[in-house]
Design a protein around this ligand. Structure first.
Ligand code: TXA
Ligand code: MG
Length: 357
């Protein structure tokens, strides 16, 4: 009972596309959920001013109410309806990065339901650049609350199919706009902190932010030690600080070291596991393809630039998971640009299982 409608983001002016966007907008106005493409990942949208609609998001995802939602807008003037003040820094950042993969944490205005912010005094706002997201938000005439359209704790979806696999039967409509062009979630920047602080690295790089604001506090990349250490009551104590996310359903090991050393260590681990009849998946780069060609592993390459790696990362984790591997061995990449977000997601996927070589 989940309908999927394919739309070409470059031809939204055509009558058929307009009709479908109007239909999706009507669902949002009626308090229903709609999965929509954004440039980062697919989102699970609801009318942000309707607390009952927003509550459906948590139910469909299986997400605890202590994990707050990002509010998406299509035009900057909508910011006034959501936040109580717009600091100078936010204006500068909006001019530089909106529409695009930057989420700002700002003081919440009175119209934002407490459910959206998990009771925090601040709200997360972002203006996506994806033409379908923008058209839908405009047509709905309300801001759209949207987390990533995956089941809670799973890998974020970068295609409509990923979202369908996680949410079929739980949402009436998925708008399919093709694969996401950025591929990792937005950068979350806390502008309520004394020094603007990155809470989650994402599609907008630290270097780029520092060209606009003098001072930006880099994110604290956390290496989660073990699943047992993860305690959902932690989330209650500090909303918005959930520590586990983006985990594939298969144990994932992250290797660190020089390219040569990582390759050797991964191949050795691979052989040891194959000797125990395990099916092994490897997440590598194009430059490693020759070394792994004959290895018998199921190979997924993230390409050769951080931009490519970002668009392929979540699809790669899901592909290996769906291939039925017992384990995923993954190399590390540069931390430049989008590399910081990739490193953060890999650390979370590995949940502390890191091999330094
Ligand atoms: O790219 C993205 O940001 C995607 C697309 C759909 O826009 N959305 C997304 O949402 O990644 P989600 O719900 O998966 O992650 C939002 C995170 C929360 O887990 C929380 O950590 C943080 O944003 N957050 C939201 N509101 C917050 C607030 N008021 N204070 C601090 N952190 C907040
Ligand atoms: Mg998410």
């Amino acid at each position: 009972e989940t309908q999927i409608i394919q739309l070409d983001p470059n031809h939204l002016d055509e009558p058929y596309a307009r009709q479908q966007v109007e239909y999706a907008a009507r669902l949002l106005q009626e308090g229903e959920l709609v999965v929509l493409p954004t440039e980062t990942v697919y989102g699970l949208g609801a009318n942000a001013f309707n607390a009952q609609a927003a509550e459906q998001i948590f139910i469909a995802k299986g997400r605890p109410l202590s994990d707050p939602l990002i509010v998406h807008i299509a035009d900057e003037h909508e910011l006034e309806n959501i936040v109580s003040v717009v600091p100078e820094a936010a204006k500068k950042l909006a001019a530089a990065f909106w529409p695009g993969p930057l989420t700002m944490i700002l003081p919440a205005g009175p119209r934002v339901p407490g459910l959206i912010t998990s009771g925090l005094p601040n709200v997360a706002v972002r203006m996506p650049s994806h033409p379908i997201a923008r058209a839908l938000i405009r047509a709905a005439g309300v801001p759209v609350a949207a987390p990533s359209a995956n089941r809670f704790m799973h890998v974020s979806p970068t295609t409509a199919r990923h979202a369908y696999m996680d949410l079929k039967g739980r949402v009436p409509l998925i708008l399919d706009g093709g694969p996401c062009t950025v591929g990792v979630e937005s950068t979350i920047l806390d502008l309520c902190a004394e020094v603007p602080t990155i809470l989650r690295p994402g599609g907008t790089g630290l270097e780029a932010l520092r060209r606009v604001l003098q001072k930006v506090q880099p994110p604290q990349l956390r290496q989660i030690q073990s699943e047992e250490e993860e305690d959902l009551t932690q989330a209650q104590a500090a909303p918005g600080q959930m520590r586990v996310h983006y985990s594939p359903h298969v144990p994932t090991y992250l290797f660190e070291g020089s390219v040569e050393d990582m390759r050797h260590a991964m191949l050795a681990e691979l052989q040891a596991r194959q000797a125990r009849e395990e099916h092994v998946g490897v997440l590598i780069a194009d430059e490693d393809l020759n070394a792994f060609q004959e290895s018998g592993a199921i190979i997924y390459s993230l390409g050769h630039t951080p931009e490519q790696a970002a668009t392929r990362l979540f699809a790669g984790l899901r592909t290996l998971e769906d291939a039925g591997v017992n384990v995923i061995l993954c190399r590390s990449f540069t931390e430049q640009g989008l590399g910081l977000a990739i490193r953060d997601r890999l650390l979370k996927a590995a949940g502390g299982k890191i091999t330094k070589v």
